[in-house]
Design a binder for this molecule. Structure first.
Ligand code: FEO
Length: 174
């Protein structure tokens, strides 16, 4: 049955697996950002909480985009299982450091799909993934800019309050 269905799509099984893994990674990213939003909220960083909530929403959007693509090209989109995510962070800054690390991992995973699509001559998927390649430039840039605020403003005194305020600007620019 599975093979019969597969014969009716040009999507290779290996690419389908990579795409479903990416669905899962985006879902996990969405959950991670929720945990970051909650941590920021309960530690008094309301703007950062709003920023991470928005990021979480975007990640769900990314997940759906890939999920829909798999269905459109005749594959089997798998509703992702999300593993437990970290709820606690050592510091305000470490939340943003974690966010940047997570975005870098996503970029690397996306690059692997592009590489593999090209190798398999799946130009439709390669083309589809270009949107994500571009999106990751912005996602990483946002995360780096947030971390830069810690260095530029400094955390002493009312520093963290001002950093949280400045996060608003990153959030409103995209
Ligand atoms: Fe969908 Fe932030 O990677």
């Amino acid at each position: 049955m599975r093979d019969l269905l597969r014969a009716r799509t040009s999507l290779k099984e290996e690419i389908e697996i990579l795409l479903n893994n990416q669905v899962k990674m985006e879902a996990e990213a969405s959950a991670k950002y929720l945990a970051m939003a909650s941590w920021c909220d309960r530690n008094g960083f309301k703007n950062s909480a709003a920023y991470f909530l928005k990021q979480s929403d975007e990640e769900r959007g990314h997940m759906l985009k890939i999920f829909n693509y798999i269905m459109t090209v005749g594959g089997t989109a798998v509703s992702p299982e999300v593993p437990a995510v970290k709820q606690e962070f050592a510091s305000f800054r470490s939340v943003f450091e974690t966010a940047l690390q997570s975005e870098i991992s996503v970029t690397q995973a996306i690059n692997r799909i592009v590489t593999q699509s090209r190798r398999e001559e799946d130009y439709a998927t390669e083309n589809f993934m270009q949107w994500f390649v571009n999106e990751q430039i912005e996602e990483e840039d946002n995360a780096r800019r947030a971390i830069e605020l810690f260095d530029v403003i400094g955390e002493e005194g009312t520093g963290r309050y001002h950093i949280d305020k400045a996060i608003l600007k990153i959030s409103s620019e995209n």
